[in-house]
Write a protein that binds this ligand. Sequence first.
Ligand code: GTP
Ligand code: ZN
Length: 183
Amino acid sequence: MTEPLSDLYRSVLSQLGEDPGREGLLDTPKRVAKAMQFLTQGQHQRVEDVVNGAVFSSDNDEMVLVKNIEFYSLCEHHMLPFFGTCHIAYLPRGKVLGLSKFARVLDVYARRLQIQENLTLQVAQAIQDITDARGVGVVIEAQHLCMMMRGVEKQRSATTTSVMLGTFRESSATRAEFMSLIR
Ligand SMILES: Nc1nc2c(ncn2[C@@H]2O[C@H](COP(=O)(O)OP(=O)(O)OP(=O)(O)O)[C@@H](O)[C@H]2O)c(=O)[nH]1
Ligand SMILES: [Zn+2]
C-alpha cells in the first residue's frame, strides 16, 4: 500500500540531489511513506468511530475542562509540523463524553494537513455535535516549524487560537472561568 508513495519519495530524494541508492537512504522512501501516512491518517477517520459510543448520562451540568492535551499536526502550506497544547471545555446538558475521547477527537483533526484556526474550529464543532453541550470552548497554543526552521525563522513566537460556542460565546463569565482555569 505504501509502494507508490515510496516510489514518489525516491524521486523526491533524486530531485533534491541525493543518491537514493546510498546505504543510509535505501529504506528511507518506505519509512517516509509510512510516517506520512500515519501523520495524515485523520483524514480517513470518523469522529463517531473514535468516540465509540462513550457518551454517558449525567446530571452534572458544571464546566468540564480537559487541558494541556498535546498534539502534532502538519501545516497545509509547507507540510511542516506545528505542535502544542489544546484545552477543551464544555458545559454538559444531560450527557458527558469519556475523557480520553477529547484527545482522540483532537487527533482525528490534528493528523491531517491543517491550519491552526480550522483545527480549533473543527474540534469545537465535533465536541458540540457529540455532546449537545450548552457550550464548548477550545483554545490551542502552538508553535509552527515553518516559522522556526525556515521563512521568518522566529524561535519564540507562539500562536493562540480559540473558538467559543453557545454559552462560552454568550456569557463573559463562562469564558472568564474557562480562561482562568487554563492559565
Ligand atoms: N493563518 C495561518 N497561517 C499559517 C498556518 N501555518 C502556516 N501559516 C502561514 O501560511 C502563510 C503562507 O504564506 P506564503 O507567502 O504563501 O508562503 P511563504 O512564501 O512560504 O511564506 P513565509 O512563511 O512568510 O516565508 C505563511 O504566512 C505561514 O506562516 C496556520 O496554521 N494558520
Ligand atoms: Zn507552514
